[in-house]
Write a protein that binds this ligand. Structure first.
Ligand SMILES: Nc1nc2c(ncn2[C@@H]2O[C@H](COP(=O)(O)OP(=O)(O)OP(=O)(O)O)[C@@H](O)[C@H]2O)c(=O)[nH]1
Ligand SMILES: [Zn+2]
Length: 187
C-alpha cells in the first residue's frame, strides 16, 4: 500500500536529484512510511488502558520509582530522533492500589511515540499518573540528546536536555523533590 508519506518521500528523492528507482532507494518510500507508522504509534494508544490494572498492597505510602528507563522519541520541530533516559515516580495515596512496575515505562513509550517536545513529554507522564492513579504527587525527569542539536544546526554532540515535572508533594516538599532528583542522577 502506498501511503501519502511514501509518495511524498519518492517525490522528495526526485526533487533532490536522486533516482527513486535506484536499487537502494526503490523501497525506501514504503520503508519510511512503515518506520513513521511505528514511530508515531503512540497516537493510537490510550494511556488510561495501560494504567487501568492495579494491585492492592498492604502498605503503599512511600515513593515508587523506576529509574534509568531508556526511550527514543521524535522531535516535533525537525522530525529527528531524541533519545535518553527517564525517571518516573509517584506517591500513592496511603493504602491505594498500585500499578504494575512495567506500566510506567509503557506510559512513557506511548507519549514518546508521538511527535514531541521534551518538556511536553515530561508533563504528559505526570498528568497521566495524577489523572488515572490515586497519587499524592508524581515526578518525571528526562535527560535526552536531540538529533536536531547534535547532527545538524548547532551540532553539539553530547549536550543533553534535562526536563522535570513534579506535582503534589514532590512540588511542595523540597526534600522529596531533592530525593527524586538524586534518584534520577543515580544517588
Ligand atoms: N525547548 C525545546 N526545544 C527543542 C526541542 N527539540 C528541538 N528544540 C529546538 O527547537 C528549536 C527550533 O528553532 P527554529 O529556529 O524554529 O529552527 P532552526 O532554524 O532549525 O533552529 P536551529 O536548531 O537552531 O538550527 C531549536 O532551537 C531546537 O533546538 C525540545 O524538545 N524542547
Ligand atoms: Zn528538533
Amino acid at each position: 500500500m502506498t501511503t501519502d508519506l511514501a509518495a511524498g518521500i519518492r517525490s522528495w528523492l526526485t526533487h533532490r536529484g536522486l533516482d527513486p528507482d535506484d536499487p537502494n532507494l526503490a523501497d525506501t518510500p514504503e520503508r519510511v512510511g512503515r518506520a513513521w507508522a511505528e514511530l508515531t504509534a503512540g497516537y493510537d494508544q490510550d494511556p488510561a488502558v495501560v494504567l487501568e490494572r492495579t494491585f492492592p498492597v498492604e502498605r503503599s505510602d512511600g515513593m515508587i520509582a523506576v529509574t534509568g528507563v531508556p526511550f527514543t522519541s521524535c522531535c516535533a520541530h525537525h522530525l529527528m530522533p531524541f533519545t535518553g533516559t527517564a525517571t518516573i515516580a509517584y506517591l500513592p495515596v496511603a493504602g491505594a492500589p498500585v500499578v504494575g512496575l512495567s506500566k510506567l515505562p509503557r506510559l512513557l513509550d506511548i507519549y514518546a511515540h508521538r511527535l514531541q517536545v521534551q518538556e511536553q513529554l515530561t508533563h504528559q507522564v505526570t498528568d497521566a499518573l495524577d489523572t488515572y492513579l490515586k497519587t499524592e504527587g508524581s515526578a518525571c525527569l528526562v535527560r535526552a540528546e536531540h538529533g536536531c542539536m547534535t547532527q545538524r544546526g548547532v551540532r553539539k554532540p553530547g549536550a543533553t536536555m534535562l526536563t522535570t515535572s513534579v506535582t503534589g508533594r514532590f512540588a511542595t516538599e523540597p526534600e522529596l523533590r531533592a530525593h527524586v532528583l538524586a534518584v534520577h542522577q543515580g544517588g
